[in-house]
Design a protein around this ligand. Structure first.
Ligand code: RP5
Length: 164
């Protein structure tokens, strides 16, 4: 099926992460989006070290055509929450294992106050952040829904069918 999103090459998902040291894990989000035909962009921006740049990127994101933001961070992981403070786009948080087995980042990311949600995936699970972004995009882009259906069918090939 022709994929209009892929053809435009215009990013619809913005991926942010708090440090260059996160990139090995975070790149899995971008790879997974690419495998589903979804263009994305990836920037290292920090809630603590580059707060102004982060806020500017997020405030301009919707006007630039982004539909979802994935924000990844470890330790006192405020990036996803800080991003959600500056946009009404859906924000997916990925807590990273940089200390305390990632539990510090998990709690920092998931425990947002009411009204400012961050959809948090598992520790280091950048891949699931991409799949969740794809499910959000599938509501608007039928080609993404088709790719997700094909992907699920592929996953199911690893399982038995007792009724076949
Ligand atoms: C967080 O602090 C980053 O997301 C990273 O996971 C962690 C450590 O950062 P570095 O000291 O390695 O730059 O903000």
């Amino acid at each position: 099926m022709a994929n209009q999103l892929e053809a435009t090459g215009k990013p619809v998902v913005g991926i942010l992460t708090g440090s260059p040291s996160d990139l090995d894990v975070v790149k899995k989000a971008q790879e997974t989006l690419k495998s589903l035909g979804i263009p994305s962009e990836l920037f290292v921006l920090s809630a603590h070290r580059t707060p102004e740049l982060t806020a500017r990127y997020v405030k301009e994101a919707e006007a630039r055509g982004l539909e979802v933001i994935i924000a990844c961070a470890g330790m006192a992981a405020h990036l996803a929450g800080a991003v959600a403070a500056h946009t009404l786009l859906p924000v997916i948080g990925v807590p990273l294992k940089a200390s305390l087995d990632g539990l510090d980042a998990l709690l920092s990311t998931v425990q947002m106050p009411p009204g400012i949600p961050v959809a948090t995936v598992g520790i280091d699970n950048a891949k699931n952040a991409a799949y969740l972004a794809a499910r959000i995009l599938a509501r608007k882009f039928p080609e993404v829904k088709a790719r997700l259906e094909a992907d699920l069918a592929e996953q199911q090939k690893r399982y038995d069918n007792p009724f076949a």
